[in-house]
Design a protein around this ligand. Structure first.
Ligand code: SF4
Ligand code: FES
Length: 249
C-alpha cells in the first residue's frame, strides 16, 4: 500500500443518539484503484466499525450504493479516489430522503411510489399457452429499452430540486418506469397508470431542470420520459373533446 493518504469526510448521523448530523473525518491510504466503496470498507474495517452504508454488487447493477460525493449524486462503486486525489472528498447520504443512519437512507416512500405506477406488464387478456410467446420487433423494443435500464438507485431523486420542494412528487425514475411499460407493445395498463403519471403529483410537478438525467449512471433519460408524458397528456386532453376514449400508445 502506498504512503500517500487522502481525507474522506463523511456525514454521520444516528437519529437514535445524535441531535443532528455532523461530519467525521478519516485519513486513509490513497490507492489509485480504490472506489469510494473500497474507501468506506477500509474505514469500517480499520477505523470505525459503526459506519453504515449500503452496497451489494460492486458493479453498478444493484443500485444500492447511491450517495452524494462532493455534492453530486453518484454510485460509490463506480466513483474512484483517483478522480479527486489529492483533495479531500466529502461524502453525504442521498438528498431528499430521511437518514436512517450515516449514508443509509429510508427508501420506503420511493418503493411505495414505485408500486403505485404498476411497474409490470398488464395484460387485459391472458393468452393461451398454445398461442406461443409474445414477440416484439427490434423497433418495438427500441421504444422502451433505455427506460428499462433503471437500477432504482435513486440518484435522480437526490438530484431533483422539485423533490425537495414537493416530497409528494412521483419523481423521475418512477415516471420513467411507468413510461417503460406504457411503451411496451405487450402492455395494456396505460389507463391504470395515468392517474399517477398525469395526476397532481405526476409529470406536471416537474419544472424540467433535467439534472435527473445528467446524474443517471445507466443513461436512462427520465427527463425525456417526463416530457413525453406531458406531450401525451396534452394529446389525451385534446382527444377527450373529440372521442370518449383516451388516446394511448
Ligand atoms: S433513472 Fe437512473 S438515476 Fe434514476 S433511479 Fe433509475 S438508474 Fe438511478
Ligand atoms: S454496489 Fe451495486 S450499484 Fe454499487
Amino acid at each position: 500500500m502506498s504512503n500517500k493518504t487522502i481525507t474522506i469526510e463523511i456525514l454521520r448521523y444516528n437519529p437514535e443518539t445524535d441531535e443532528k448530523p455532523g461530519y467525521g473525518s478519516f485519513e486513509i491510504p490513497y490507492v489509485e484503484a480504490w472506489s469510494m466503496l473500497d474507501a468506506l470498507e477500509y474505514i469500517k474495517d480499520e477505523l470505525d466499525s459503526s459506519l453504515s452504508y449500503r452496497w451489494s454488487c460492486r458493479m453498478a447493477v444493484c443500485g444500492s450504493c447511491g450517495m452524494v460525493i462532493n455534492g453530486t449524486p453518484k454510485l460509490g462503486c463506480e466513483t474512484f479516489l483517483r478522480d479527486f486525489y489529492p483533495n479531500a472528498i466529502k461524502v453525504e447520504p442521498l438528498a431528499n430522503f430521511p437518514i436512517e443512519r450515516d449514508l443509509v437512507v429510508d427508501a420506503e416512500d420511493f418503493i411505495n411510489k414505485l408500486e403505485s405506477v404498476k411497474p409490470y406488464i398488464i395484460n387485459a387478456m391472458e393468452k393461451p399457452v398454445e398461442e406461443g410467446v409474445n414477440k416484439q420487433t427490434p423497433e418495438q423494443l427500441g421504444l422502451y429499452k433505455q427506460f428499462s435500464m433503471c437500477i432504482n438507485c435513486m440518484l435522480c431523486y437526490s438530484a431533483c430540486p422539485q423533490m425537495g420542494l414537493n416530497p409528494l412528487f412521483t419523481g423521475p425514475a418512477v415516471i420513467a418506469l411507468g413510461h417503460r411499460y406504457n411503451l411496451d407493445s405487450r402492455d395494456e395498463g396505460y389507463d391504470q397508470r395515468t392517474e399517477v403519471i398525469q395526476g397532481k403529483n405526476g409529470v406536471w410537478s416537474c419544472t424540467f431542470v433535467g439534472y435527473c438525467s445528467e446524474v443517471c449512471p445507466k443513461n436512462v433519460d427520465p427527463a425525456a420520459a417526463i416530457n413525453q408524458n406531458k406531450l401525451q397528456g396534452s394529446q389525451d386532453w385534446a382527444l377527450s373533446f373529440l372521442m370518449p376514449r383516451k388516446g394511448a400508445k
